[in-house]
Write a new protein. Structure first.
Length: 332
């Protein structure tokens, strides 16, 4: 069967598949499909444009649409949950499992859409995200920390993991000893893989970045002793010896450097608010941190290529850091 699978559907192990949603570029945005004893669940969905791939994955694997029990966004940012409503509409028996802080945005996505439009602009929203479909409230279930659900004989457990967003949960798969991490465990693009393995970087996108909480959430994930991390951006990382522990240490270290960068920039631009000077300093200040880390990792890509691959993240991280710095300044 594996040879017949489409290129964007990657079998991992134990009934787990990664779906490249096609958002922005290849191997940038993943959704995951779990299949166990004839039942199925999706974790993260990408945007509404990914719907044909999700349904195509079910068809390729011979899974009926009414065999999908759960659609589980890790959080409500549109690259993770923008296509959830459209997918739910196509899956008659599925229910959505969502962090309780995000449930209202899935039932009525108007505020979510408006907030994202303020960040990206209407043209980019239409081009990259498409339609966001509301989910009937009776099909939406809020999760609680420690809650478990079944997919066939497989148990999934939820952990409340704030820091990237307050509406973020991660999902533990005991079968593979792996976490579906959304954005809590950062970003790891395959273009940066070297003989040392994967490289990883924090994501501090708007508007709820809280570094202290994020560090605590990362440590909580690591404390479970995972073998794998399943990242929306992008794919499965870990397993090679101390692979997850190494990535966790790298992620926490880079996160500390981001915090230090933010505080340096804020000290120079104390009352700058959202002024362009501070934004540019936050954006430009990240790149040398990442290039240095990548060189230590053995990456030989030219700096211009690194900047291009991280362009979206540099921009959004700068925006999120600015919101955090303003919030911290007001609280002091």
């Amino acid at each position: 069967m594996a040879s017949a699978l489409p290129a964007w559907l990657e079998p991992l192990s134990s009934g787990l598949y990664a779906i490249d949603t096609g958002f922005h570029r290849e191997r940038f945005d993943a959704a995951f499909l779990i299949v166990d004893e004839g039942r199925a669940a999706f974790i993260d969905t990408g945007t509404g444009f990914a719907l044909p791939r999700h349904l195509g994955a079910l068809d390729a694997l011979g899974i009926a649409r009414d065999a999908v029990d759960w659609v589980i966004p890790t959080h409500v940012h549109l690259d993770h949950a923008g296509g959830a409503g459209a997918l739910m509409r196509a899956l008659p028996e599925a229910r959505m499992l969502i962090h309780p802080r995000g449930a209202r945005h899935m039932i009525d996505p108007s505020a979510l859409w408006e907030g994202a439009t303020a960040v990206y602009g209407p043209e980019e929203m239409a081009r990259s995200y498409g339609e966001v479909v509301p989910v009937p409230s009776e099909r939406v279930l809020g999760t609680v920390d420690g809650m478990t659900v079944q997919v066939g004989a497989r148990t999934l457990r939820f952990a409340d993991t704030p820091g990237h967003a307050r509406h973020h949960h991660c999902i533990w798969d005991e079968r593979t000893r792996g976490w579906f991490t959304g954005d809590t465990f950062g970003l790891s693009y395959r273009e940066f893989d070297t003989e040392r393995g994967a490289w990883i970087v924090p994501t501090s996108t708007p508007v709820q970045f809280e570094p202290e909480l994020l560090m605590a959430s990362i440590r909580r994930l690591l404390a479970a002793g995972p073998r794998w991390m399943y990242l929306t951006h992008y794919g499965r990382v870990g397993d090679a010896g101390d692979g997850v522990a190494r990535l966790g240490a790298l992620l926490l270290g880079l996160l500390e450097e981001l915090v230090a960068l933010g505080r340096r920039v804020q000290a120079r631009n104390g009352g700058a608010g959202q002024h362009a000077e501070r934004h540019q300093a936050l954006k430009e200040g990240q790149l040398p941190i990442y290039v240095k880390s990548l060189r230590e990792h053995g990456c030989t890509l030219p700096e211009a290529d690194i900047a291009a691959l991280l362009a979206i993240d540099l921009e959004l991280n700068a925006q999120g850091m600015a919101v955090w710095l303003d919030r911290e300044s007001k609280a002091s």
